[in-house]
Design a binder for this molecule. Structure first.
Ligand SMILES: Cc1cc2nc3c(=O)[nH]c(=O)nc-3n(C[C@H](O)[C@H](O)[C@H](O)COP(=O)(O)OP(=O)(O)OC[C@H]3O[C@@H](n4cnc5c(N)ncnc54)[C@H](O)[C@@H]3O)c2cc1C
Ligand code: SF4
Ligand code: SF4
Ligand code: SF4
Length: 395
């Protein structure tokens, strides 16, 4: 049988790992495999590929961006539900949007932990939505959720699909048509750390503290410890050892994964990401932190809600009763963490050193290579170290 070899998907530097190509392939010839930096990349089985080129036509990274002519605008919002506010990373906008969909007997798609693994899944009750609440600062695995969401939509059910802007771009291109009962929500996103590195890091930590079976992991926790932005636990988990419950947490400034995360060691596509631009979002609504409340060091950070479509605006107005404070924001760029997300040293120029640093982190324990991301420019530091070593040897 002739092997199909002329399929050209996005390069490993521009591929976002959205999984749209794998979801659309009629012969299931594309599998998402972990690369040397710990991210999922599509891999084509040329033995089973029939050369239909559907994967190429769907890929958001190699096709022209679809522009939306609706004038996006933003609100500041906070849920009036005290429990939901504590569990959410920001003001609980996600929870209120989910509540709206669940009340319509719809389905909510979001990101949860399965043990230490971060993945997309769906929920049909508010109780199950809880697992999606709170940011998980690792790239999630889409799995077959695009296909499942499409089948719910085809059955005429309401669907809320949430994810990073590139995942929503992939989902929109995968569907290739509008559905009245679909609400797509993306996040203000400054990039995603590697799931491979995260799993290596957490497994090592679990061995060190002798943690048995992990039951729940939470980032940016608000309801434990002192709270507040100056002193929050970056992540916290609960585990079962000898049939007893234990918990473990580290404040953000002492946490190694936080140091890794703040050095912007993200997926290569995050350094040239077009989806973060508010005028390009494929979603109906974007949610993020509200920067003014963060600056005031409020314990309960509120949300920025940016509306991109008429459908998004209608839904936001409907949930506003429960979203408490609901002030229109005059200037999205000043009031959201948007500008930070767009600028976070993420230029194409920075891809190589950060890719190398991720590769090293996949090989060595994070604490051994910590010095790499303690500096702004890894390549500058590396050159300086080599020069020093060279000079020492010459002397
Ligand atoms: C990787 C990442 C980077 C972010 N960067 C910024 C930023 O720079 N500036 C900013 O203002 N806000 C950022 N956010 C968004 C912010 O942290 C909150 O998620 C957002 O404000 C929504 O908060 P909430 O209180 O409404 O809901 P929450 O309950 O806190 O959020 C839950 C929502 O986040 C989704 N989610 C959680 N983890 C992931 C993940 N790994 N991938 C995809 N979706 C996920 C859930 O599915 C659900 O839809 C980021 C979020 C993530 C996951
Ligand atoms: S060309 Fe068609 S069959 Fe081949 S990998 Fe792409 S979608 Fe699958
Ligand atoms: S569709 Fe998504 S996962 Fe597939 S190549 Fe394009 S960006 Fe990568
Ligand atoms: S920065 Fe862009 S490419 Fe990276 S995860 Fe966010 S939306 Fe996707």
């Amino acid at each position: 049988m002739k092997r199909i070899t002329d399929i050209h998907l996005a390069s490993s530097d521009t591929c976002t790992g959205c999984s749209a190509c794998a979801s659309v392939c009629p012969t299931e010839s594309i599998s998402m495999k972990i690369d040397r930096e710990g991210f999922l990349q599509p891999c084509i089985d040329t033995k089973t590929c029939i050369g239909c080129h559907r994967c190429e036509k769907i890929c958001p990274a190699i096709n022209a961006i679809i522009k939306n002519d609706f004038v996006s605008h933003a609100y500041n919002a906070q849920t009036s539900d005290e429990y939901a506010l504590n569990k959410s990373s920001s003001g609980g906008a996600f929870y209120e949007l989910s509540r709206y969909i669940i009340e319509k007997e719809g389905v909510v798609f979001g990101v949860k932990f399965d043990g230490i693994h971060v993945q997309h899944d769906y929920a049909e009750t508010l109780e199950d939505v809880e697992a999606f609440m709170g940011s998980k600062y690792i790239q999630s695995e889409i799995g077959n959720t695009f296909k499942i969401a499409k089948s719910f939509l085809d059955q005429g059910r309401w669907v809320l699909y949430t994810g990073t802007p590139c995942q929503i771009a992939g989902f929109k291109r995968y569907l290739n048509r509008d559905y009245d009962k679909l609400i797509m929500v993306d996040l203000i996103c400054h990039g995603v750390p590697s799931p491979g590195i995260w799993e290596k890091y957490i497994q090592r930590l679990m061995r060190r503290i002798d943690a048995g079976d992990i039951k729940d992991i939470r980032f940016r926790i608000k309801d434990i410890g002192e709270g507040g932005r100056n002193n929050f636990y970056f992540f916290f988990f609960f585990f079962l050892r000898d049939q007893q419950w234990h918990s473990y947490g580290e404040e953000r400034m002492k946490n190694l994964f936080y140091a890794y995360f703040t050095r912007h060691l993200f997926r290569a596509s995050c350094y040239q990401c077009p989806y973060r631009d508010m005028n390009i979002s494929y979603a109906d609504i974007t949610i993020g932190d509200y920067v003014a409340s963060v600056q005031r060091l409020e314990r309960d950070i509120s949300s920025t809600v940016i509306v991109h479509t008429k459908k998004g605006e209608d839904v936001v107005q409907k949930v506003s009763e429960h979203l408490g404070v609901f002030t229109p924001l005059q200037d999205i760029f000043v009031n959201a963490y948007y500008e930070e997300a767009r600028n976070a040293e993420q230029t194409e120029r920075n891809i190589r050193p950060y890719k190398l640093s991720n590769r090293l982190a996949m090989i060595f324990p994070l604490e051994y290579i910590r010095w790499i991301w303690m500096h702004d420019r890894f390549d500058v530091v590396l050159k300086r170290k080599i020069k020093k070593l060279w000079q020492k040897n010459i002397k």
